[in-house]
Design a protein around this ligand. Structure first.
Ligand SMILES: [Zn+2]
Length: 291
């Protein structure tokens, strides 16, 4: 078995083997190779339609969306197109459209795709997978994938598709969970589980099919053909959308403290240690790339 990020074959099971996860010893990618692709699309659709408190989570991301769009150049004297992969109900697209972007989205959850089509027009939202949309070469000025790459079947293939459909010099923005943080929190929670349960605090860690470390996402983007890769701590969602604790305000306070600490570590390590719960990544398609 090979790691999709660094191609190393040094893969071993880990303390997360219980959940079916393997770890790349070279770059730190944690992934679940046993979860087959059969029925995955239905499972994701079901999850986002019925289980995930979608609107709470999406609205908790509003401050993040605002901060993310402000990091892209505003379209001033020419039309600029942005594609949001996994656009959901169109919350980020709304933010982008307000800044003057021509927006397009791809979404696999049918309810969400329908709602986005109502908002942005049938021709601007594709219901299906990124590759099925068949966008032309060198088409977009920017592509965003907020908390999406962890769910796709093959992140390497999807990123290569992004390189193909981005214009030269175009930008990609990606948000993923930081496996470095979630493994540490998993170990801590396991040790303090009884105390946490007494205070009604649910498990605060999350492991998806692909769990990236800063090094693994860097190597994956490089392998797919991106350059100028910048990885920072992502601003966190607002409030407690997943209702981790029954104590009002407790999670917000802890999140604020965690974010502040991760920022301090980032600055003190001269931007080398990115230890926060989520990563925000920006990268460019090279000016001279051949598709
Ligand atoms: Zn690796």
């Amino acid at each position: 078995m090979q790691c999709i990020c660094c191609t190393s074959e040094k893969i071993s099971s880990s303390d997360l083997a219980l959940f079916g996860f393997d770890v790349c010893q070279n770059c730190g990618l944690v992934f679940n190779s046993k979860r087959g692709t059969q029925g995955r699309r239905n499972r994701i659709e079901n999850h986002y339609q019925h289980i995930d408190p979608h609107e709470h989570v999406a609205s908790s991301k509003r401050p993040f969306f605002k901060s993310a769009i402000s990091q892209l150049p505003a379209p001033v004297d020419r039309d600029m197109k942005i594609l949001d992969v996994g656009c959901g109900y169109g919350y980020f697209l709304k933010t982008a459209a307000n800044r003057g972007w021509i927006v397009k989205g791809v979404e696999i959850v049918s309810d969400a795709a329908r709602r986005s089509k109502e908002l942005f027009g049938e021709q601007n939202i594709f219901h299906g997978l990124l590759k099925e949309a068949n966008f032309p070469d060198d088409f977009f000025d920017a592509i965003t994938m907020w908390d999406v790459l962890v769910f796709v079947d093959d992140p390497f293939e999807d990123l290569k598709e992004c390189v193909r459909i981005l214009k030269r010099g175009g930008k990609i923005g990606i948000r993923v969970r930081n496996v470095f943080f979630h493994r540490a929190i998993y170990r801590l929670y396991k040790t303090l589980k009884n105390i946490a349960l007494r205070f009604g605090i649910k498990k605060p860690y999350v492991f998806h099919r692909y769990c990236f470390s800063p090094k693994s996402i860097y190597l994956l983007l490089t392998r797919a053909g991106f350059e100028n890769i910048e990885i920072t701590n992502s601003p966190l969602t607002a409030g407690d959308p997943y209702q981790h604790s029954k104590i009002n305000g407790f999670v917000s306070l802890v999140k604020f403290f965690v974010y502040l600490t991760s920022r301090v570590i980032y600055v003190l390590s001269s931007r080398r240690w990115v230890v926060g719960p989520s990563l925000l990544i920006w990268a460019d398609k090279p000016e001279g790339i051949q598709n």
